[in-house]
Design a protein around this ligand. Sequence first.
Ligand SMILES: [Zn+2]
Length: 200
Amino acid sequence: MTLSVTRLSLFLATASLLSACGGSAPEPVAPPQAAVEAPVAETPAEEAHEDHSGEHDHDHEDEEAAGGTAHVHGLADLALTRDGNRFEAELISPLANFGLSEADGKFTDAVTAELSGLIELVGGDCTPAAPHAEVDTTSGHTDGHVHATWTCGSPDRVTALRFAGFTAFSGFESVSAVYITDTAQKAGNLTPSAPELSLK
Ligand SMILES: [Zn+2]
């Protein structure tokens, strides 16, 4: 299990690199969300992630890009891999995307209850296991990790990975998804209007 998670983290790092090379930086999003979400009122959510060096937003973003660990509200990374009839996915997302307080730093019961339908496989007669969620603050930001697994009756017939979380959580705007096995590599940006990554 630990090994698998490590592997997925590598995939996610790769995905971050891919998107970093993609050219177009994520559009800064006007934060109605952030305003609502930040109970600490005096600082907008974006600035809350900076240290107290008094740098501007641009410096903050450069820093994130250099470190290879993006924490931009609205964005998330999703990696899927397959081993035989078993699929395994990990989503790494700013906790704020779930509408949660990053200051509190935990998944609420209400949000946890929504996680079972967050990531779906299309086709393949797959049975999901209950997802596992945890909070990671090691990057200096507050990220949520959601780990999901499926066992599939017809794994070769899984046609797509779908991020269904756009519906339940309006904080998600774009999810960078990758599917990597020994023989396949797919990558794409998922959005509310195009939430599926084709695996074919
Ligand atoms: Zn944040």
